[in-house]
Design a protein around this ligand. Sequence first.
Ligand code: ATP
Ligand code: MG
Length: 560
Amino acid sequence: MTAETMATETGRDFIRDIVQADLDAGKYREIVTRFPPEPNGYLHIGHAKSIALNFGIAQEFAGRCHLRFDDTNPTKEEQEYIDSIQADVRWLGYDWGTNLYYASDYFERLYDWAEGLIRAGHAYVDDQSQEEIRVKRGTLTEPGRNSPFRDRSVEENLDLFRRMKAGEFPNGARVLRAKIDMASGNINLRDPVLYRILHAHHPRTGDAWSIYPSYDYAHGQSDAIEGITHSICTLEFEDHRPLYEWLLDKLPVPSKPRQYEMARLNLTYTLLSKRVLTELVRGGHVAGWDDPRMPTIAGLKRRGVPPAAIREFIKRIGVAKANSVVDVGMLEFCIREELNKSSLRRMAVLRPLKVVIENYPEGQSEELDAINHPDDPEAGTRKIVFGRELYIERDDFMENPPKKFFRLSPGTEVRLRYAYFIKCTGMIKDAAGEVVELRCTYDPATKGGNAPDGRKVKATMHWLSAAQSQPAEIRIYNPLFAKPNPDAGNFVADLNPQSLEVLTDARIEPAISANNSSDVMQFERQGYFVRDPDSAPDRPVFTRTIGLRDTFTKEVGGKT
Ligand code: ATP
Ligand code: MG
């Protein structure tokens, strides 16, 4: 067992240890964290890690966690994303109370502070193009070169910066840069850009601004304004920390937050990049941000994944300082664990094959009791109807079975769950030679599923009454990507062509069609399913949340 997994078992991790030590040392009166999404897309399960950590720490240490929109790039940000982010954080089970903020609330103050930097000789207006700035920034092995505009007078800088603000110059004409060190070993300190000109309408500030602060400039100062104590971000920002601290040091900020970095969550068969997710939606590769194949919170929700399963998953993976890729099987495990506890059992036949019980009287039927949850007697029982015409799963029958196939085949006997033993006595085939109907007999003495003479059968199968069951569409989702490590640069090539299988003539029992809620049900022997919003009154649609544990390893004819 690694140190990291041990840490999660005690519910502790290096960040919580730091928080505890800071509290013990009396450094803070209250712990304040924040979750700072940029509203340029929907949240995904990687964000859930950050949400659970920030809100979790606030809960555990009696502090508070702010939800702050990092809305500094109006060309990519939309109200739809602001709304979805709030809905998703709440759905995950977290609450920011009254602490909802926007970086744009601080635009005025950030601007004033930028003028202060200019006056102190710590910032200058650069007229070079974006490209020139990039080229002259140097590389890891080569120092950068000073801009010819680096030594402008304070007066000239102030004048130009004010005119940038007033909207006098076109996009890209000038930027405001911090004056730090073009030879620094840390490229982030080579005179980073603080403001750029952008004539764009902002969802909150409208057309008030023609310049917008960079992430690095806005983020730390927003933290300081809100009194954030522990500013937790992902590892890519480790190299930005010296800049974060430089700015806090040079500006008259009301508090000094500290930045800590943790590993991003990466998952096999999954890409957690907003750019990729946006392109999947825009390119029509999925049906939308809430497509059940998407790793978005909205997609997981639509798929029927309970928020408790996501929280448990995040708890189990822990918080580490080194990047790694988590097996998506771990998430699936947490989903099954949760759904196994919470889902009522039902019967559905995904690919029906008709069965006629020849010795069962025509026009007759009977009600049998079916258990709603094997581990929860309080969930009770329901009635299911048995009759002469039934449906079984097409896969549960084989005309010429291999040795280990124990389900129905000519001459064999199996148990129909909660009902009787049946034996296959004949088949009806269509012109193409495909079996379209089975003829069986039942043994009336085996009512309830046991034979008085003690004889055994090797399989128990689910089934439905042909008359009582109803039609439904069932959508089986498989991983969106066919490779464990899809290429973010060329993700279209790695898409799984079999990520969605639609079964249009499935049958469901009345207790399923009666369930209009988004409660997940276990369809016995098939997996967990949830009603999809695409359902029509006469045609319900069910989405498979996840298969049962064994579907992968279960050999053909495995005992049930
Ligand atoms: P980008 O910045 O490229 O748009 P992002 O995923 O970083 O994408 P943000 O909205 O900035 O999006 O993320 C909000 C918070 O969630 C940040 O603190 C970020 O570090 C964190 N976060 C994002 N992705 C992950 C991930 N895969 N694992 C853990 N935390 C993440
Ligand atoms: Mg980000």
